[in-house]
Design a protein around this ligand. Structure first.
Ligand code: GDP
Ligand code: MN
Length: 377
C-alpha cells in the first residue's frame, strides 16, 4: 500500500524528521486559507501516488494566498499519469541550496534492509542510479540491531555532508529507520532531503510503501489507504478477502489457490486467450465469497467468458457450486461460463450445476480451450 507524501511526511515527523509547515487541501479556497496561515511563499504539491510529479507540472510555487488559490485550482484540475489530483499539499516553500536522497528498502539478495543515500538527490535520482550508480551509497542495516550511529555518520561522511549537519542527519536517518521498521514499510524515502538557504536540514518530499501483509496490525495506517487510486473491483474484492487483480483480457477466471490461478492464466494464454483477471477465492471459500467474486468478474465489460477452475481440497466443490448458483441468480450473466470441478465433493458439485447453463470440462486443458473458443465466438 502506497502512502501519499503528506501522510508519509507526517509519519516521518513523529520520528523526529523535520518537515515543512503545511497542510493538505481538497479545494482551491482551502489552499488559499492555508497559504494565508503560513504567510509568505508556499509550494502547492499534487498528492497523487506516482513519482515524477515535479516533472509533470504537479509541483508549483505561489508567492501569496491569491496565487496559491490559482495554482491549486490548476493542479486540482490535472491528471498525472492517469490519476486525477484530488488533494494538494500546501507547504511553506523552502529555499533550496542542496538536494540529498535518503531512503530505506529491502535488499532481497542481502536479506537485509538497506539505507541508500546520495548527494545527487532530487528529481533526477533515477538517472543517477542508472548512469552513475557509484554516487549512491548503500549501508545494510541489521534488523535486530537497527541503524547504528556510526552507520549514519559513515553515510553523512560518504555524501560529503558538512559536519555541522551530522547530528541532525543522524537523527533523521535513525527516525527514518524507526518509521520504516515500526510501520512494516517496504520503502521509506526522503527525496529530496534539503539543506536550505538558511542552512537547515528538512525533508521536502516523503514516500512510504507499507507491506500489505502487515496492514492488519496497523489499523491507523490501513485507514490512510486511498481508495481512489485502486480499481473499484479490487477495493470490493478486498472487502470479501479475495485476492483479485484486474488484467486486460477477456476471460474471467475464478480459481481457488494462487498457484492454480497462475496456472490457469498460463494455460489460457497457451491456448491463445487472454485472462481478464487473477482471482484466488482462497481455501474454504463460502457461497457468499464465490457470489461476490462472480459479481466482481462480471463487472468488467471486457469479460466475454468466465472460467471456473476449482480444485476441491479444503474448499468443497459443492459449496462452490452453491456459490455459483447464488451468484447466477443474482447477476444473471450474459456471457458463457465454463466450469471444471475436481476433488472433494466434485460429484455433488457437478450435480448441483447440472441444470445451470454452463459448459463443463474434465481437465484444465479442455476447460481452457473451451473458454478460449467461446470468448472468441
Ligand atoms: P516529486 O517530483 O514527485 O518527487 O516531488 P518532490 O516533492 O520531490 O518535488 C520535486 C522537486 O520540486 C524537488 O526536487 C524540488 O527541486 C522542487 N521543490 C519541491 N518543494 C519545493 C520548495 O518548497 N521550494 C523549491 N524551491 N522547490 C521545491
Ligand atoms: Mn521527490
Amino acid at each position: 500500500m502506497k502512502l501519499h507524501e503528506y501522510q508519509s511526511k507526517l509519519i516521518f515527523s513523529r520520528y523526529g524528521v523535520p518537515i515543512p509547515k503545511g497542510r493538505v487541501a481538497s479545494t482551491a479556497i482551502e489552499a488559499r486559507t492555508i497559504a494565508a496561515e503560513l504567510g509568505g511563499r508556499v509550494v502547492i504539491k499534487s498528492q497523487v501516488l506516482v513519482g515524477g510529479r515535479g516533472k509533470a507540472g504537479g509541483i508549483r510555487l505561489a508567492n501569496n494566498p491569491h496565487e496559491a488559490e490559482d495554482v491549486a485550482a490548476q493542479i486540482l484540475a490535472m491528471e498525472i499519469k492517469g490519476l486525477p489530483v484530488r488533494k494538494v499539499l500546501v507547504d511553506e516553500a523552502a529555499n533550496i541550496s542542496k538536494e540529498i536522497y535518503l531512503g530505506i528498502t529491502n535488499d532481497r539478495a542481502a536479506r537485509k534492509p538497506v539505507m541508500m543515500a546520495s548527494a545527487a538527490g532530487g528529481v533526477e535520482i533515477e538517472e543517477v542510479a542508472r548512469l552513475t550508480p557509484e554516487k549512491i551509497l548503500k549501508v545494510h542495516i541489521d534488523p535486530l540491531l537497527g541503524l547504528k550511529d556510526y552507520q549514519a555518520r559513515d553515510i553523512a561522511v560518504g555524501i560529503d555532508l558538512p559536519k555541522e549537519h551530522w547530528k541532525l542527519f543522524g537523527q533523521i536517518a535513525s527516525g527514518l529507520w524507526r518509521a520504516y521498521q515500526e510501520c512494516d514499510a517496504t520503502l521509506a524515502e526522503i527525496n529530496p532531503l534539503v539543506i536550505t538557504g538558511d542552512n537547515r536540514l528538512i525533508a521536502l518530499d516523503g514516500k512510504m510503501l507499507i507491506d500489505d501483509n502487515a496492514i492488519f496490525r496497523h489499523s491507523d495506517l490501513a485507514d490512510m489507504r486511498d481508495l481512489d487510486i485502486e480499481a473499484p473491483a479490487e477495493v470490493e474484492a478486498r472487502k470479501y478477502g479475495l485476492s483479485f487483480i484486474k488484467l486486460d483480457g477477456s476471460i474471467g477466471c475464478m480459481v481457488n489457490g494462487a498457484g492454480l490461478a497462475m496456472t490457469t492464466m498460463d494455460i489460457i494464454k497457451l491456448f491463445g486467450g487472454e485472462p481478464a483477471n487473477f482471482l484466488d477465492i482462497g481455501g474454504g471459500a463460502s457461497a457468499d465469497k464465490v457470489a461476490a467474486a462472480l459479481r466482481i468478474i462480471l463487472s468488467d465489460p471486457h469479460v466475454k467468458a468466465v472460467l471456473f477452475n476449482v480444485f476441491g481440497g479444503i474448499t468443497r466443490c459443492d459449496e462452490v457450486a452453491r456459490g455459483i448458483l447464488t451468484a447466477l441468480d443474482e447477476v444473471k450473466p450474459q456471457v458463457p461460463m465454463v466450469v471444471r470441478l475436481v476433488g472433494t465433493n466434485a460429484e455433488e458439485g457437478r450435480r448441483l450445476l447440472a441444470n445451470a447453463d454452463m459448459i463443463t470440462a474434465e481437465t484444465l486443458a479442455e476447460a481452457a480451450q473451451k473458454a478460449v473458443a467461446v470468448a472468441q465466438a
